[in-house]
Write a protein that binds this ligand. Structure first.
Ligand code: UD1
Ligand code: UDP
Length: 412
């Protein structure tokens, strides 16, 4: 009997992170019957990604409303995903991450007494309101989950500490690294993209994104003012800021930054365009979860525009810093990287700690073994291991420099 799998996606990052899992499931069609449910929580931003990955949803729901509230969105996802479960009768429902689509779909599956596989499980900031509502969404999803696909050992440990049995957790790495590796070598030009108008001069590009609900209002305003300060201080930089479609984000960003010289606001970028920008930039300022996980692949320093992160691995590796949203902190931290080559190089070393490009394979293999009632879900040696932590670069001390100069002088 084939394993019947529903993979649910609703927002841009879910499509990007589930793309290769869906491809793997479809490739193993002798084993899996797969249906993709698109809740429609996002439309424009998600549909671009689905086109790129050639994923055609089997169930296309239509839950998005302009400026939707969390409760009404949750209710619509719950109702429509439950219907999809009744129609398809899956053995397992795969959800990704911490969005309302992920949480409400897990709840719908639970109400239908269908097993839930939670991809990107076990991330915890430890603060229910940061990020909001994502920290609540992912904790609630964990309670209903049968297989927890934890990206890293740290996320596994978070789950173990909450009492999840070790046999139900598989450490997979983050699937976003699979997607990046699959796509990042494609040739690409900025012509005919929203990036076309940005001069490719010697100016260093600072890539900025932000959309978190807890930052709407004054934090978001501070961030915009900090960007203006930076532009004034550094005549050689350009800020490129693809603005999220959430109207609450757009209102502030457009009001404060539109028509500012060397600040380029664009529409949300297609994934290939975005990755190309990430590759070309000098550094990243972001509150995005996915971008924190992607930037280390290209060794781009990340200043995280949040008070806490549930993805501390990059900062533990010295590749990211959590700087909050105050205008002063943003200016001084960015300034440091723009002016201090040593500080910049320290943050530009190391392997991506979030994944190795094989996460989707691990997930699909574990689902297959679960369906065949095999244990363990995946052998320990096949699970994702963190790469070695980069060593801080050893700089010559003043004494060493003086000694070297004396030695050279002695030879002359
Ligand atoms: C959602 C997720 C967030 C995730 C982010 C990724 C929730 C509660 N939030 O935030 O965790 O980090 O997606 O981008 O699940 N809109 C459009 N077109 C689109 C998408 C959004 O117009 O393609 C507008 C609509 O007015 C919509 C609003 O943005 O009502 C908010 O969308 P919503 O999905 O509720 O929240 P996001 O801020 O996008
Ligand atoms: N992304 C994109 N176009 C953009 C901005 C981001 O394709 O203009 C991609 C980015 O590479 C990452 C994902 O969208 O894979 C992150 O989405 P977002 O920041 O909206 O959500 P989060 O990861 O914070 O949930």
């Amino acid at each position: 009997m084939k394993c019947r799998v529903i993979a649910v996606l609703g927002t841009r990052p879910e499509a990007i992170k589930l793309a290769l899992v869906i491809h793997q499931l479809r490739q193993r069609s002798e084993e899996f019957e797969t249906a993709v449910v698109h809740t429609g929580q996002h439309r424009t931003m998600l549909d671009n990604a689905l086109k790129l990955f050639k994923i055609k949803p089997d169930f296309l729901l239509d839950v998005m409303r302009p400026n939707q509230t969390l409760s009404s969105l949750t209710a619509r996802v719950l109702d429509t995903v439950e219907n999809a479960c009744h129609q398809f009768e899956p053995n397992i429902v795969l959800v990704q991450g911490d969005t309302t689509t992920a949480f409400a779909s897990a709840l719908a599956a639970y109400y239908c007494k269908v097993a839930v596989g939670h991809i990107e499980a076990g991330l915890r900031s430890g603060d229910l309101y940061n990020p909001f509502p994502e920290e609540g969404n992912r904790r609630l999803a964990s309670v209903m989950t049968e297989i927890h696909f934890a990206p890293t050992a740290l996320s596994r440990d978070n789950l173990l500490a909450e009492g999840v049995p070790g046999g139900k957790i598989v450490v997979t790495g983050n699937t976003v690294v699979d997607t990046l590796r699959a796509l990042s070598d494609l040739p690409h030009s900025w012509e005919n993209t929203p990036l076309a108008g940005i001069p490719r001069d010697d100016g260093r590009l600072v890539l900025v994104t932000s959309h978190r609900r807890e930052s709407w209002g004054s934090d978001q305003e501070n961030m915009c003012l900090a960007l203006k300060d930076l532009i004034q201080k550094h005549p050689d930089i350009r800020v490129v800021y693809p603005v999220h479609m959430n109207p609450n984000v757009r209102a502030t960003v457009n009001a404060l930054l539109q028509d500012t010289d060397r600040i380029h606001l664009t529409e949300p970028l297609g994934y290939i365009d975005f990755v190309s920008l990430l590759r070309s930039c000098f550094m990243v300022l972001t509150d995005s979860g996915g971008i924190q996980e992607e930037a280390p692949t290209f060794r781009k320093p990340v200043l995280v525009l949040r008070k806490v992160t549930e993805r501390p691995e990059a900062s533990q590796f010295g590749m990211a810093r959590i700087i909050g949203m105050s205008r002063e902190a943003i200016v001084s931290e960015a300034d440091r990287l723009l002016t201090n080559t040593d500080a910049y190089e320290d943050m530009s070393e190391g392997e991506n700690p979030y994944g190795d490009g094989h996460s989707s394979e691990r997930i699909v293999e574990a689902v297959s073994r679960w369906h065949q009632r095999k244990t363990p879900l995946l052998d320990a040696e096949k699970q994702f291991k963190l790469p070695p932590r980069p060593q801080p670069r050893r700089r010559k001390s003043d004494l060493e420099v003086a000694a070297a100069k004396t030695a050279v002088a002695g030879k002359e």
